[in-house]
Design a protein. Structure first.
Length: 654
């Protein structure tokens, strides 16, 4: 070999020698020095047990726990380890036959394989668990009892807000987002439970137990040296007022619709009622799957969160927004009047107005108070036909941008899943709807909240926050803080969103008009003694396709408001479907909710109003007759009117 290759050979030899020494040293450490792996390798003597953490709690704005953690047990199986067990006795305890036993084993293998655990019998009743616990040594090592925490709800309210937890599915486990979970784990499926799953779930621990020759646990292995502690989930602190939520759900019984109440100063949601609702305790425990199936097919659609998923024409509740655009564009002043004599005729067809007395739309404030249709469809035309836009197409697009800035036509970003965007027509939509040429007369109904515009109650409540705050809002949300959390998870809900830089003068004109609505206009049923309430009634047209034909159904009752006028504390939107005028149902309900929040009580003078709202039934009797909600919810959820009145007016119901 050449002398020039000698150094290269020595380098290679040294590298190989170094690698051998490294491997030998590591093997010596693992086999002689480190005892952990040799000790844990003895699977016949040591049982590895997953310890599930306590799931985070959820508290309302006053620190009241709106749910609890209760303990139940699952019986889990590892199919490959099921050998020589007393199958007959296990079937007897579980009250199943051998054919069902074999079916469950096969299902476990198909879902999760032979060597991984699967749930064999979930959320065991106390008597079944007791019998199994006494005899588990007869069914090991194939079977094991695993502790589960389930939720219970002391207020039986806020089902669509809180959501529910359920067992993870095999299809979910295939996704990278669920890599930290395993078959049999429970996680949030809807509502806050789903959105804040990463916070609420905590961190699993591991416990090693010594087994005897009958596979019975005898105590901790090596005094718990190798155990890892479970870390409890973090608690959520909500803006929700559970008393307000319960009141809203009671007022909306036997009605279809929703209530949304928001604190304008923070964007925190105080109450979100979707009616009909259901007792969240139905979706916990061993009957969860059966109850979910019944709720899913119920004629009243209780799983559908109407507060943020149902969309409606806003009706006259839209008029304050139309007024703000007109003032900001400078096409009117607060003194602008319109000579309405009971209808609008300027586009070659009549658009009716409920007022015929002269002067009811002599200025903006009067037009808002009297809810003059003619006035506001004319304002829309002035807005889109304004010369400064250079044509109706650009003018309408500018109107659309205003509506978008008010939070309409797109999701606001609430912190529970499933929010719908609603719809506001833009110029592209107008070109599609009216091919060729169109004008400000084509869709002038949007100025009064009809036609090509639909909103969620959440969006309308947020629009009231904008007016109450004179031009800004915070994204509506439930969670105000998370215990011991330093992340930026809630950052977006603390950011102020300024709207279109509309002047305070414009807002003031609209606000005083809305105060007149309640004091002397269409919304007098919303008066609260000693509080300056600013509101707007709405009677939203309700058209539907029935047997292939467009039918006009009974109008929806709408009311939006905030209070007090100065330094407002609450903004609210109420929609009662198929209930007629906004002043009949929506306004009184909104007024009671605001009074309860502002005064923490309801004046005894208003007991007849409460009773009337409790007794009124606006739900379709055919739909109501087919619904099974009453039988599902149980006796505690079916309080009589007298019992509810006793809660809010104790010793004063006679």
């Amino acid at each position: 070999m050449s002398v020039y290759n000698q150094p290269r050979r020595r380098v290679i030899q040294l590298i190989i020698l170094g690698m051998v020494l490294l491997i030998v040293t590591r093997l010596f450490f693992l086999q002689v020095v480190e005892k952990k792996y040799s000790k844990l390798a003895d699977a016949n003597a040591v049982l590895r047990k997953v310890v599930y953490p306590s799931r985070g709690m959820i508290y309302d704005r006053k620190g009241r726990s709106v749910l609890r953690n209760d303990v139940m047990y699952d019986l889990v199986v590892t199919p490959s380890s099921v050998k020589n067990i007393d199958t007959a006795y296990l079937c007897q305890i579980l009250q199943i036959d051998k054919e069902e036993f074999r079916k469950r084993i096969v299902t476990a293998i198909i879902k999760n394989g032979r060597v991984r655990q699967s749930v064999f019998a979930s959320l065991l009743t106390p008597d079944v668990f007791g019998r199994l616990q006494e005899s588990m040594y007869l069914f090991q090592p194939g079977f094991e009892l695993v502790q589960r925490q389930i939720r219970s709800y002391p207020y039986s309210a806020a089902a669509n807000i809180l959501g529910y937890i359920g067992e993870i599915s095999s299809s979910m486990l295939e996704k990278s987002a669920y890599s930290a979970y395993q078959m049999g784990d429970y996680l949030g499926m809807t509502g806050l439970e789903k959105t804040y799953e990463s916070v609420l779930m905590g961190q699993r621990g591991i416990q090693y137990l010594v087994k005897d020759n009958l596979n019975r646990p005898q105590g901790p292995y090596e005094k718990g040296e190798f155990d890892t502690a479970a870390i409890a989930g973090k608690n959520l602190r909500l803006s929700l007022d559970i008393d307000l939520q319960v009141l809203g759900e009671r007022l909306m019984r036997n009605k279809i619709g929703s209530i949304v109440a928001i604190d304008p100063q923070t964007g925190g949601i105080l109450a979100m009622v979707s009616s009909p609702t259901f007792d969240p305790n139905l979706l916990t425990g061993s009957y969860r799957t059966r109850n979910f199936s019944k709720l899913f097919v119920d004629t009243t659609k209780p799983l559908f969160n109407r507060a943020m998923q149902a969309t409606y024409p806003p009706g006259s509740a839209m008029k304050p927004l139309t007024a703000l655009v007109a003032l900001d564009e400078g096409v009117i002043t607060p003194s602008f009047g319109f000579p309405c004599s009971g209808g609008y005729y300027n586009c070659g067809r009549r658009i009716g107005c409920t007022h015929h007395n002269p002067g009811h739309a002599a200025n903006l404030r009067l037009a808002i108070a009297n809810s003059c249709n003619s006035y506001f469809v004319h304002l829309y035309r002035l807005e889109v036909d304004a010369a400064k836009w250079g044509g109706v197409e650009k003018g309408h697009q500018k109107w659309y941008e205003y509506m978008s800035s008010f939070g309409l036509g797109h999701r606001l970003g609430i912190d529970i899943p499933g929010e719908y965007r609603g719809y506001v027509i833009d110029t592209a939509g107008m070109n599609k709807r009216y091919p060729g040429r169109w004008s400000s007369c084509s869709e002038l109904y949007v100025g009064m909240g009809q036609g090509a515009v639909s909103v969620t109650p959440l969006q309308m409540a947020n629009a009231m926050c904008i007016i109450a705050n004179r031009g800004y809002y915070y994204i509506p949300h439930f969670v105000e803080s998370i215990d011991n959390d330093n992340s930026q998870l809630l950052k977006e809900y603390k950011e102020k969103h300024v709207v279109a830089h509309i002047s305070d003068t414009s807002y003031r004109s609209v606000i005083y008009g809305m105060e007149d609505v309640v004091e002397r206009g269409t919304g007098r049923s919303a008066i609260i003694e000693g509080v300056a309430v600013c509101g707007k009634t709405g009677t939203a047209e309700n058209n539907a396709i029935v047997n292939g034909e467009l039918k006009k159904l009974k109008d929806h009752s709408v009311f939006v408001a905030f209070a007090p006028r100065d330094n407002p504390k609450i903004a609210v939107a109420v929609i009662v479907e198929n209930a007629g005028y906004g002043s009949t149902y929506a306004a009184p309900i909104a007024s009671l909710v605001m009074e309860k929040y502002l005064h923490d009580t309801i004046s005894v003078k208003r007991k007849p109003v409460v009773q009337r709202m409790l007794d009124f039934v606006t739900m379709d009797p055919v739909v109501q007759a087919k619904s099974k909600l009453d039988s599902l919810n149980g006796a505690t959820a079916r309080l009589t009117t007298e019992q509810v009145l006793n809660i809010y007016f104790p010793n004063k119901t006679k």
